[in-house]
Design a binder for this molecule. Structure first.
Ligand SMILES: Cc1ncc(COP(=O)(O)O)c(C=O)c1O
Length: 413
């Protein structure tokens, strides 16, 4: 018998016309696209149309249109992302081009002292580790990477929280973690880690509290938690993966308190520019607007992020969560049942999101990707020292596609 919550799930899933959602994407029919949602988004119709509209207006009157519209349209985008992510203050969002840019400007903007430390894990992305390496080098600070678990097959949320919190030392100023690991698909318990750090911070001086920074790119656009529920100080994400936003968009969300620990690496082109030029007093508080790197950007893309968020909202956050988790579960259960396959991503929804990492006996990851492509299925190799093959079912995929992908993997035995 179905539980109430299972019933709710079916009702919500049935309410969405997933064929229509799929029809919004111009994906080639030649392939089953099981790699792009975590790589680089295909943009749905409303996003492509918005970009085209803004592009035409900019090409007609670049200066006039920008002067009149840049601030309000950028603010609309900021508000849309804040609304979707449950952040109460849109001005505390810095708009960026990517996760990498967000990590770079946030870590580089931190004021560290010699001897302080950034604690991170062994499981984060190259962009994360390199941003940390850069800032600690410049300040004469240090960094440490720790594993979050002993054995991935047996990992628990408690173990991950414990690994992080136990590794925090007197010199630790920042903890940098990743919401969903792109190496293994493991989802970390950000809320629990934030709560444990908050507890530990109660006994630390005001100026020496541990800040929590999260690379959230593989959670944003799938998972349901709001910024406040996650409870971190900085949340960095691109919007050109699971949010299906314009390529070259992203954001950093922070608490107002956290922003006071950073200064801009790249001057912003927001209202602060006029204040500085007029040699008036600068704002006495840092925020996301001032942390938004300036220079003109591909404005049509940034503005159309508003339309991408509205597209997600039109489907529904719960519905997206359930659909993506449902397709991923289907795929993981199929892979787990094959004796020649090692599934590395946990089956549990609490420990996974949209990335599925696996190995096939007797084949290198490169070979698996190649063999999938021969069967017209896209699959990626994770860019890590230990690299697994990855499927990443998203909102435009179907049950039939998952079945075909499973049959293709089965044929590799
Ligand atoms: C965990 C993680 N962080 C950051 C990035 C970089 O993303 P972006 O292209 O938004 O800079 C990736 C790339 O896929 C990633 O997997």
């Amino acid at each position: 018998m179905q539980t109430n919550s299972t019933n709710d799930t079916y009702t919500r899933q049935a309410k969405v016309d997933w064929d229509n959602i799929r029809a919004q994407f111009n994906l080639s029919k030649e392939y089953i696209h099981l790699a792009s949602s975590q790589f680089l988004a295909s943009m749905p119709t409303p996003v492509r149309e918005a970009i085209h509209r803004y592009q035409q207006a900019l090409d007609k009157d670049p200066e006039l249109y920008t002067e009149e519209n840049e601030d309000p349209l950028m603010q609309n985008t900021r508000k849309a992302v804040a609304r979707y992510f449950g952040h109460p203050e849109p001005d505390d969002l810095a708009m960026t081009d990517s996760t990498t840019m967000g990590l770079g400007i946030t870590y580089s903007g931190l004021g560290l002292e010699k001897g302080q430390e950034i604690l991170t894990t062994e499981h984060d992305h190259y962009s994360h580790h390199e941003s940390i390496r850069g800032v600690t080098y410049r300040y004469g600070a240090s960094f440490r990477r720790v594993p979050m678990y002993e054995n991935l097959a047996e990992v628990t949320q408690e173990e991950m929280v414990h690994s992080i919190v136990n590794a925090i030392g007197e010199q630790t100023r920042v903890v940098g973690i990743t919401w969903v690991h792109s190496s293994t698909g493991l989802k970390t318990p950000v809320t629990q880690i934030a709560q444990a750090i908050a507890k530990l911070n109660q006994s630390r001086d005001k100026d020496n509290k541990v800040l929590l920074l999260v690379d959230g790119v593989h959670g944003f656009g799938i998972e349901r938690e709001t910024f406040q529920e996650l409870g971190c100080d900085f949340f960095v994400s691109g919007c050109h993966k699971w949010a299906y936003g314009p390529r070259g968009t992203g954001f950093v969300a922070a608490t107002s308190e956290a922003w006071q620990h950073v200064t801009p690496v790249i001057p912003s082109f927001t209202d602060v520019m006029d204040i500085v030029i007029a040699e008036k007093e600068r704002p006495n508080k840092m925020n996301g607007k001032q942390m938004t790197p300036g220079g003109f950007h591909s404005l049509e893309y940034r503005w159309a992020l508003n339309d991408a968020i509205q597209f997600l909202e039109s489907i529904g956050k719960e519905e997206i969560y359930e659909r993506v988790h449902y397709l991923n579960r289907l795929c993981k259960e199929g892979l787990a049942s094959m004796p020649h396959v090692t599934l590395h991503t946990p089956l549990d929804d609490e420990l996974s999101a949209g990335i599925i990492s696996f190995e096939v006996d007797g084949l290198s990851t490169e070979d698996v990707v190649k063999r999938m492509l021969e069967q017209k299925i896209t699959c990626t190799a994770a860019p890590y020292l230990t690299s697994y093959a990855r499927f990443t079912p998203g909102i435009y995929n179907t049950e039939e596609e998952i079945e075909k992908a499973l049959a293709a993997v089965n044929s590799l035995k």
